[in-house]
Design a protein around this ligand. Structure first.
Ligand code: BDP
Length: 710
């Protein structure tokens, strides 16, 4: 234990005596929307003086939600009544749209004018001569976002004198992707079954649908794709559309639109599907060829029908010609032709298509990492304007760490939507504590050099670099019907982070961690620092005990949980040996100009930096190079020594997490403490298995000793 850590601990123990919190069992259901009384007495008094009452000026379903949210939670935070009023008195929290006569008079018009339809202002101002806190926006949804922000200020114990906050999202479409099947199983879901009770809908409504919407609204998520990208065409049948419509009705006042994953073969009849050795569609056609007028008409009719049920339907997400899913290439048509057909059907209703770029047809290139780029870049400019091409952050899959997907920056005419994964498919499922904000920040800040230095991924997806007309981000959710929503309590932080970064990608990982910890776990600053330090290094640690130095895709087949570096059978681009290429000379995939030349898909000077083993960032070393076992790294260690050191530093970090977590035991709700502790123990065991399996396996090639004492 270092001395700093020790002294912060002893201080923390001292503070227990002063601030001892009577712990009550917490099952994690309330997420970050816990409205416990403000702990800091001085601030509590200040808040109490500043806040007297609540006035919601407008009437709508959204405004009723705001009224409920504020009137239920301000009294809990302030431990005093905060009544709803009709007359303005000093200390009123006034919520009203910009067109209300009272707000018009309040001279915020100019500030508000500069904001988009989801933006809001929170301002200390006089209304009718009374000092108030005004939350105003152009639309109801801005008022709701502003109200949650205001509550967050108090939850996180911020000053509220002289408020003047203007906020609006940097990205328009902030969507969750549920990989939920109609039978209730969640693909890559580690938190129970699907939230959607398809058998009960539309008649029986689960309270959780409201809580789901509320949690998402509190972080600004404004869309949800409710079914798996490996789409069952039945979702488009009227009986399912009625169920989806019910969810859409519930989500609407929270600003959340429903989208559906569509199966490209949907127009084909079940009978013809069998004949053609495809999975059954739901239509009556023989084909789903996008250039066939009967297919185009089928989709137009289907879209019209959907909008009858869901008037603000968002559009389709499509996985086509990928991992066995049908698509336009089945008819020798391009991805653009397929996407355009759907986009045309949706266009009259302002619906959009999110067409996935996750394709890896082996005929395109022997190197899987190059395939998506090679298929999609030539199609730039061929997509209709209501189409996003949705690409994962890296060129392979959601590996613990990848360099950026080179498509980003290379399609200036097609709005690219970023897809990231909240569910920890390759990051220890809901068993490992891995805080993903540092990962997502690494990608968002990744400089593609598409238009010279500063061409970050964030500037591409928020539209500033290429002036995209639409902007979007998608997160594959980690939500299920487990009582605590995400399986691991700390996985809630990743859901929270997703929303916060989708709204404002300039927030730092530390800032978001602090907010989340303060709202979900503890307001004690010393404990917060320890918990934050656990979270901040957890992603790097996971990389280190799984796939350090640019290794990737060496996990167990199918489950994607444990290690299986020896996997050498089955489809070539699913084998571990295809990716790590270990031999007696060294380790890693040569993607430099002497190998697969994947480096050439990046912009200069990135291409040259990656190409040269001496300049390639070591975190990507084995991604781009087949390095010799004796290759010297910047630390002075050989590749073998560094590999070993990284594996051990990963597992050592897990030991430290356990130590730090134990040190805060008395400050944490006992149920949450035990839940996390048990999972950390599993993480320790399984991280050790990763380390030992991989080192032993690679040693078979390197023939160098494993020295365990690190
Ligand atoms: C892979 C997952 C698979 C998904 C696929 C996708 O293993 O379950 O269907 O991605 O994104 O990572 O389509």
């Amino acid at each position: 234990m270092n001395t700093l850590f020790k002294s912060s601990l002893s201080l923390a123990f001292l503070l227990t005596i002063i601030f001892f919190n009577t712990a009550s069992a917490d099952d994690g259901y309330d997420l970050w929307l816990k409205y416990n009384k403000v702990g800091n007495q001085a601030l509590l008094e200040k808040y109490s003086q500043a806040i007297s009452s609540i006035i919601v000026l407008d009437k709508s379903k959204t405004c009723r939600i705001i009224q409920k949210e504020l009137s239920a939670n301000l009294p809990k935070l302030l431990a005093k009544p905060v009544p709803l009023k009709r007359m303005i008195i000093a200390g009123a929290v006034v919520i009203g749209k910009s067109n209300h006569p009272l707000i018009k008079k309040s001279r915020c018009a100019k500030q508000l004018g500069a904001l988009n339809n989801e933006g809001y202002l929170i301002k200390s101002t006089k209304i009718n001569g009374k000092q108030c806190i005004l939350i105003t926006a152009k639309k109801d949804i801005g008022l709701l976002y502003g109200s949650f922000h205001f509550l967050r200020l108090i939850q996180t114990q911020q000053e509220i004198d002289n408020l003047n906050i203007a906020s609006q999202p940097k990205i328009q479409y902030r969507i969750l992707n549920h990989w939920d099947n109609l039978d209730g199983i969640v693909e890559r879901g580690y938190a129970g079954k699907s939230l959607w009770k398809w058998n009960d809908l539309p008649d029986k409504i689960d309270k959780r649908y409201f809580d789901y919407a509320r949690a998402n609204a509190s972080i600004g998520v404004n869309g949800t794709v409710i079914n798996n990208v490996n789409a069952n065409p039945n979702i488009l049948r009227p009986e399912y559309l009625k169920k989806a419509a019910k969810l859409a009705d519930i989500f609407r006042p929270y600003g959340i639109r429903v989208f559906l994953s569509a199966n490209f073969s949907a127009p084909i009849s079940a009978e013809f599907a069998i004949e053609q050795n495809r999975k059954g569609g739901i239509g009556d056609l023989k084909t789903s060829n996008p250039t066939d007028p009967s297919v185009q008409q089928w989709w137009k009719n289907k879209v019209k029908e959907i909008y009858k049920y869901i008037p603000d339907f968002g559009g389709f997400l499509v996985k086509a010609n990928s991992e066995g899913m049908p698509g336009p290439q089945d008819y020798n048509k391009t991805h653009a032709e397929g996407a355009n057909m759907l986009a045309e059907a949706l266009q009259p209703y302002k619906g959009i298509v999110m067409w996935r770029a996750f394709v890896y047809d082996a005929d395109v290139d022997p190197d899987r990492s190059k395939r998506s780029y090679k298929e999609f870049v030539p199609l730039d400019s061929q997509f209709l304007p209501n189409i996003f091409v949705q690409a994962k952050n890296g060129p392979i899959d959601f590996q613990p760490r990848e360099p950026i997907q080179p498509l980003f920056g290379a399609m200036p005419k097609t709005p690219l939507m970023l897809e990231i994964q909240l569910t920890q498919e390759y990051l220890g499922h809901s068993k490992h504590l891995v805080y993903l904000a540092p990962m997502w920040k690494e990608y968002l800040e990744f400089d593609t050099y598409a238009k010279g230095p500063g061409s970050t991924l964030a500037s591409i997806i928020d539209g500033t670099l290429h002036q995209y007309k639409m902007t979007g981000i998608a997160g594959v959710t980690n939500i299920g019907n487990d009582r605590n929503w995400c399986g691991h309590f700390f996985a809630q932080a990743n859901w929270y982070t997703y929303g916060r970064l989708a709204w404002d990608h300039s927030l730092t990982a530390e800032q978001i961690a602090d907010e989340w910890i303060t709202m979900s776990l503890t307001k004690n600053q010393d404990v917060l620092k320890i918990v934050r330090s656990i979270m901040m290094g957890s992603w790097e640690a996971c990389i280190n005990y799984m796939t350090p130095l640019g290794l990737h895709h060496i996990m167990q087949e199918g489950f994607h949980y444990g290690p299986e570096p020896s996997l050498g059978k089955g489809r070539e681009d699913w084998r571990s040996t295809y990716y790590h290429r270990a031999d007696s000379v060294g380790l890693g995939y040569n993607r430099s100009s002497t190998g697969s030349d994947a480096v050439s898909q990046y912009f200069s000077p990135l291409r040259e930096t990656f190409d040269n083993i001496e300049t390639c960032p070591e975190k990507y070393l084995l991604w781009f190079h087949h390095a010799a076992w004796d290759h010297k790294l910047r630390s002075g260690k050989t590749l073998w020594e560094e590999l070993r050191a990284k594996y051990y530093s990963g597992t050592n970090y897990v030991n430290e997490m356990i130590e730090k977590w134990s040190s805060v035991k008395t400050y944490i709700d006992p149920d949450i403490f035990m839940h996390v502790q048990a999972r950390l123990d599993t993480q320790k065991t399984d991280a050790g298995i990763w380390r030992d399996t991989c080192l032993q396996y690679f040693q078979g090639f390197s023939k160098k000793p494993i020295i365990t004492a690190e």
